[in-house]
Write a protein that binds this ligand. Structure first.
Ligand code: ADP
Length: 180
């Protein structure tokens, strides 16, 4: 599914984020940047051990929740990985929405700083961090919308959903942007 947001094209696909052809991909990391399961595990497997070495060297203290840090992409073809630390969902009263938004904004800023015309996001925090998928879709897509309208960049934003349910949830929210 495709939608034009100002000068930018937003694309939803179902698949594996390690296979996309964007300049940068976003990882759903933990604040220790220690690697893990889910999309983080898939990215580290595809990138190879150099990714963990680089991450430890550049960011020995990790990365706070609601932010993101950049590394190269190891054996993968993209130029960068932006390791975003989304919130653990604790019921919604601990600024989880604000933290998801700021992690997403930080990735888009990193794309600008690193001259990336295209970026791919996974559904940050919606796996083991249990963020509700519909709310995550609204936050991610609204944040992307606002950012690309304000900055005319990145020109291409791909959101990669791993399973059909997530793809359906994001598609519904993106359709609701059709009139905006
Ligand atoms: P978090 O800890 O932030 O919740 P997870 O990796 O557990 O991160 O899940 C985030 C989302 O990434 C989930 O929707 C999960 O289905 C999805 N996911 C898992 N593997 C991949 C992959 N290879 N490509 C894209 N998305 C993936």
């Amino acid at each position: 599914m495709l939608m034009q947001f100002g000068e930018s094209l937003v694309e939803l696909i179902q698949g594996d984020i390690t296979q996309v052809d964007t300049d940068a991909i976003v990882n759903a990391a933990n604040s220790q940047l220690a690697g893990g399961g889910g999309v983080d595990g898939a990215i580290h497997r595809a990138a190879g051990p150099n990714l963990m070495q680089e991450t430890k060297r550049l960011y020995p203290e990790g990365c706070p929740t609601g932010s993101a840090v950049a590394t190269r992409a190891g054996n993968m073809q993209m130029k960068y990985i932006f390791h975003a630390v989304g919130p653990i969902w604790r019921g919604g009263g601990q600024d989880e929405e604000g933290q998801l938004r700021s992690a997403c904004i930080r990735c888009l800023e990193l794309a600008l700083e690193h001259n990336c015309d295209s970026i791919a996001f996974p559904a940050i925090s919606t796996g083991v961090y249990r963020f509700p998928i519909d709310l995550a879709a609204q936050i991610l897509l609204r944040t992307i919308h606002q950012f690309v309208i304000e900055n005319q960049s990145p020109r291409r934003v791909v959101v990669v959903l791993f399973d059909e349910g997530s793809f359906g949830a994001f598609s519904q929210v993106l359709e609701s942007f059709a009139d905006s």
